[in-house]
Design a protein around this ligand. Structure first.
Ligand SMILES: C[S@@+](CC[C@H](N)C(=O)[O-])C[C@H]1O[C@@H](n2cnc3c(N)ncnc32)[C@H](O)[C@@H]1O
Length: 444
């Protein structure tokens, strides 16, 4: 944007102490030179920030104002610069640099100290001086006073570099600190942000708090950070992936583990392979996975585990080892299903063990019943596909909006689809690649 030039009464122009301190002293020689230039009409305008029509702050032109005063002029040409209070000092340095002032060593050190004190990164300082970032980095690292100041104040530039997307090894090099302290600082800062958010601080307030600390957090970046580890499908073995989830972050786990009954859909044989891990090992898998997921769940949280009467006696003691069982819910599938059509009763229900860690309450308005009536699915995406509507009911009974639901035996993804539909955050893990594609398709 073109800066406006205006003729301003000199008495309206105020000086700012910090800006004045950019130069150690006024030079009589420079004032004399400007007096000549003004008389010959060749001096450039000074630069000011406009507060209102009678108040301006001088950004650059201290010698020129002095020259005009000595020439007994009342008005001076000024370029009006649109700059925030926060950036006025850097702008003043930049203007000095641009009109070719050669700073003394002391002046430069003082400016760099000021920048370090206000948490400017090398990148930002380099822009002001119109120099390469490497040059600024060298100047700071070669000067013991500046280096000490930078080490003491490097927390904020570390975070700002991280937010700019710089690699941790490069941050460490630039700030001359170890990579370990870079990652520790980033982790502590991110934990702080998540804590603020979870304790109810709004996103706008979080951004303002960071701004006061000179941390350049944008709302896009904040959204990315808060949801970074959520709302995603992980392709892998739950025993390896669960440990990567943040401790104490999950409100409700819903799993439909491989059954341990060598299940194979009779009438869809051609379409589906046997379910992975659907053998006796599945009890070990369930036990290990519950052990691993426990610390990832909130102190007070819920867990639902789909099972069948055929394995109930094996599954129940495993769950009791880790959680307090509250109920066995019955999913009434409301139809007769398939199987030995004349030899036994139609299998028309499945069991869901409902258990707690700690003392979490149910959120439903009316006390929910332990029989849940929902039509079975067509199993079109998975041989044991669960109805999204049933899962929505469980999720709404156990969580509030934005709380976190985890299913680490995701299958065709019914749990995360339900969680998404009711505005919860979610995480899912599935071993089989073909189902990852199915889930992604359904999530779209
Ligand atoms: C019973 S199915 C879940 C079906 C799901 N409820 C649905 O509605 O589509 C169990 C799933 O767990 C997956 N699985 C088995 N072992 C696993 C493991 N170690 N880690 C992650 N997923 C696993 C299987 O591939 C299978 O898709």
């Amino acid at each position: 944007m073109e800066n406006k030039i205006k003729e301003i009464p000199i008495e309206y122009i105020e000086t700012d102490e910090k800006i004045v301190s950019i130069r150690n002293a006024q030079s009589e020689e420079a004032i004399g030179r400007y007096m000549e230039k003004y008389e010959s009409g060749t001096s450039k305008p000074i630069s000011v920030k406009e507060i209102d029509r009678q108040h301006y702050i001088l950004i650059d032109g201290h010698h020129r104002i002095e020259a005009m005063k000595r020439l007994k002029k009342r008005k001076i040409d000024a370029k009006i610069i649109d700059v925030s209070d926060k950036d006025i000092y850097s702008k003043a340095v930049e203007e000095n640099v641009e009109h070719g002032v050669s700073l003394t060593k002391d002046e430069e050190e003082n400016i760099l100290l000021n920048f370090i004190d206000t948490f400017k990164s090398d990148e930002e300082i380099a822009k002001v001086f119109h120099l390469a970032r490497r040059t600024i980095n060298d100047r700071i690292n070669k000067n013991p006073t500046l280096k000490m100041a930078r080490t003491a104040k490097s927390k904020v530039p570390t975070i700002n570099y991280f937010l700019e997307g710089k690699k941790q090894c490069d941050i460490a090099k630039d700030l001359d600190i170890t990579e370990g302290s870079v990652s520790q600082r980033i982790k502590n800062w991110m934990d702080g942000i998540k804590e603020l958010y979870e304790s109810g601080t709004t996103k706008e307030e979080i951004i303002n708090i960071q701004d006061e600390k000179n941390i350049n957090l944008t709302s896009d970046k904040l959204n990315e950070l808060i949801e970074e580890d959520l709302n995603k499908i992980i392709h892998g073995d739950c025993l390896k992936e669960i440990p990567r989830i943040e401790d104490g972050s999950v409100d409700c786990v819903i799993i439909d583990p491989p059954y341990g009954i060598d299940f194979q859909s009779n009438y869809k044989k051609e379409k589906f392979d046997k379910i992975k891990n659907d053998t006796n090992d599945s009890f070990k898998l369930l036990d290990n996975s519950l052990e691993k997921v426990k610390p990832k769940m909130k102190k007070d949280s819920h867990i639902y585990i789909f099972t069948s009467w055929k394995v109930f006696d094996k599954v129940k003691p495993i769950i009791e080892k880790h959680f307090e069982i509250k109920n066995c819910l019955i999913w009434n599938k409301e139809d007769r299903g398939m199987g030995d059509l004349n030899g036994n009763y139609a299998e028309s229900y499945e069991m869901i063990i409902f258990a707690t860690q700690g003392k979490r309450k149910l959120y439903s308005e009316k006390r929910p019943m332990n029989i849940l009536n929902f039509s079975r699915t067509e199993n079109s995406e998975h041989p044991t596909q669960k109805p999204v509507e049933l899962l929505k009911e469980l999720i709404e009974n156990s969580t509030k909006e934005s709380q976190v639901v985890l299913d680490y035996f995701l299958g065709s993804g019914s749990t995360v689809i339900a969680a998404k539909e009711v505005g919860r955050k979610w995480l899912g893990i599935e071993l089989e690649e073909e189902y990852i594609d199915v889930i992604n398709g359904r999530l779209k």
